[in-house]
Design a protein. Structure first.
Length: 134
């Protein structure tokens, strides 16, 4: 079964539908690439997926090890490169404070986060800066 359906809507905008759930969202080309920047761009989704995937893997790790996971959030900054145009760098900060983890657990959680499927799938040509706040 297909994962998603994407329909070009015109004006550098796409309508995206998740097949299994029916959830929909729109992508728009960024201002620096002839778009209006009125929604996530496809490269914004890659950057966001990286951070979301890491938090999901941390949640799975905590469930599997019966650890509390009361607080997790982060930010990602995407920096584009050119020739060819691509994501050149992602700067990710994960705020995992107030979960009551000891230093050994924090090390394991950081290691688990770095093995998320998105992190393992992106190009080695992309620089990744990760900051974990415990």
């Amino acid at each position: 079964m297909a994962t998603a359906k994407v329909t070009y809507s015109g004006n550098l905008r796409n309508s995206c539908t998740h097949i299994q759930s029916g959830t929909e969202f729109v992508t728009d080309a960024p201002i620096d690439n002839k778009g209006k920047g009125e929604s996530f761009s496809p490269t914004d989704l890659v950057a966001t997926a990286y951070l979301s995937c890491m938090l999901t893997i941390i949640g799975i790790f905590c469930q599997e090890h019966d650890l509390p996971f009361e607080h997790g959030e982060g930010t990602v900054t995407k920096i584009m490169a050119s020739h060819p145009r691509r994501i050149g760098r992602l700067e990710l900060t994960l705020d995992l404070t107030n979960n009551g983890w000891d230093e050994k657990t924090c090390t394991k959680i950081e290691r688990a986060a770095k093995t998320c499927p998105v992190a393992l799938s992106v190009s080695g040509h992309m620089e990744i800066e990760l900051i974990f706040k415990f």
